[in-house]
Design a protein around this ligand. Sequence first.
Ligand code: OAD
Length: 280
Amino acid sequence: RDKLPEYNTFKDAVELFRKSKNILILTGAGVSVACGIPDFRSKNGIYARLHKDFPELPDPSSMFDIDFFKKNPAPFYNFAREIFPGQFTPSLSHMFIKFLEESGKLLRNYTQNIDTLEKIAGIQKVIECHGSFSKSTCLSCKNEVDSEEIREDVLAQKISYCKKCKTGIMKPNIVFFGEDLGDDFHEQISEDIDKVDLLVVIGSSLKVQPVALIPFNIDPDVPQILINRELLPHYQSDIKLLGNCDDIILALSMAIGGEIKDEMVQELHKRVITTSNLET
Ligand code: OAD
């Protein structure tokens, strides 16, 4: 993909956010790191730790491999409580996406994350490409329940069995390696791909397909921005903004101005703890 000559700088990024009306935001684990959820592939990420804690795993990502899970769900259940929803608050990056949506600029947020923080932030135009923890299904009888029903087992690090058939293993509705992404992903992306006027990748290594292919499948004249801690050697966006995504998003919001800036300032105010709102 040839670089679009006119877009390179932070200022260009601000202009693009101001003028675009159909922004596609592709997010990965990096947007939830500030919330306390580690990413997968960084030095201190989930895979590095799994490698140490579960040497029996053929590969750290086997924990999310459907064939491995069917044979041995214990490592997944040992680990799942760390990322189980209900313990985390959306980051400034999630809130920025919500504010883009409110100002009519968001085409769609494609998230690879399973932490449900987009929905908690109130984003409606979101596709959870890799599913989420919100529901769980019995591998044997296919009984589907709200994941609140497996919370106790997850928090106790116990394998959760189906309350209906009693023997089947419960699996959160996350897309494991070896499983297809849902129809909602395939249908929505084929509709959105021709509408997008700005693509923004935030906090992803773009290593897992098919989501990682999205930037390569849109019209090469559509500008692309990467907001990430590191460069991605296999992906050339027009603009690269490197650092912690919340810092970059905050700087962008202030520079974009208007509603987005006002909303972000209000969000920051909500996050300030003063002695008057501390519980005594
Ligand atoms: P990765 O862990 O592969 O990549 C996270 C990216 O975010 C890396 O490039 C980090 O440098 C960057 N990053 C980390 N913290 C950041 C921060 N505060 N600000 C900006 N960037 C930051 O995670 P994903 O790309 O999301 O699948 O991984 C894709 C899929 O692989 C996941 O959805 C998961 C995994 O296997 C399932 O859970 C099914």
